[in-house]
Design a protein around this ligand. Sequence first.
Ligand code: PMP
Length: 438
Amino acid sequence: MKRILSLNAFDPNAATTQAGAIASRLQRRAKLFGAGSVLFYRQPLEFVRGQGCWLFDAQGTPYLDAYNNVLSVGHCHPHVVEAATRQLGLLNINSRYLHPGIIDYAERLLATLPTAGSSPRLSNIVFTCTGSESNDLALRLADRYTGARGVIVTQAAYHGNTALVSQVSPSSHRHWQAPEHVRVVPAPLGGARDFATHVQAAIDDLARSGLALSALIIDSIFSSDGVCADPTGFLRAAIEAVHRHNGLFIADEVQPGFGRTGSHWWGFQRHGVEPDIVTMGKPMGNGYPIGAVVTRPEILKSYCDDVGYFNTFGASPVTAAVGQAVLDVIEREQLIDNALRVGAYLREGMRKLAGRHASIIEVRGAGLYVGVQMKSAGDTTAGTIINAMRDRRILIGAAGRHGDVLKVRPPLCFGSSHADNLLSALDEVLTQMDASFT
Ligand code: PMP
């Protein structure tokens, strides 16, 4: 499997046209970070300030950020910044002391999850610091609870960077070889109805190797697979198959969570399914590292009976203050409605572009998560577009097994005028490129 993470990255061996201080910092960084240095864009960017959907370089030049799902309620949102600085100046200790803030936050966050019947089943939470830690713990919970090892993931999934989670993240490997307990299923691009069939086949294949199913782990917007949102509900049959075989469904909400897909707080809700474990990360702290695992009490207990899980920086008073502030902003500024409305407007605009530019095959997505399937296989087209958009000061990314899907995923405060900026720049870029597709 080709590595997609470096798709639009700076190549340290290629000549840079950047001069002066930036060129010197590129050299120093390459020397220090070595092979581990990853930078976006052929000509990397250096920012000094952010506000809302905008990033500014040292000259004060604004760039429209249509990529950043971490700063989900907007760069440097004053309410979040104030909450973090106030609490940092008051108290920040580790999670093994009582603190009212984290209890209040846990109650409020859990109340956003769907309840089954009168008593909520997803009622225990463990705080972590990253999405990777959350997924790592989720996989361990599933193994312990089911007593099984088999894991099913999608073909170009990314679930994080720990040793365990890397094993179920095909897209993070240059040459992917599934470990013996992992089975990959094709992402439901276009063939959503077959998804459950593939999951069932993977369960059967595990069984032929003498392995029972522990978990299916899915990012319900299929972000690194190239964005797949419709038809809503297509996940249901796959989850039923998982449950029939006593496996657990882990919903990785690091990408679709916290209202990004519009209409709901959580991506899995679009499919009318209830996960056994929900994992959270990135947008949760608007740039401050907060993650969480939510599950049923019996699943957590079966693990904690044996392992004492403790996370020094998870569940701190600052985590609570920041997390609460992010929820405040999502509610006060009605960002879930905004994601729904502006996302629909953006996709509509993209579809109009598709009518004029043969290079666009399909526009997919939900809320402010948009994937634009481009014609050519390989990362050349998407890579060229992303870099040309960067030159027009608009930041977008790429996804998909072949890196041929434009990924647009702005902060949730993105408005229709921002969408207009993006669409007209993309129109210009595609017009210039049209000749190469004829
Ligand atoms: N899950 C998904 C779906 C992700 O996209 C990511 C990060 N890109 C992660 C998990 C890992 O999160 P983190 O980088 O915070 O560890």
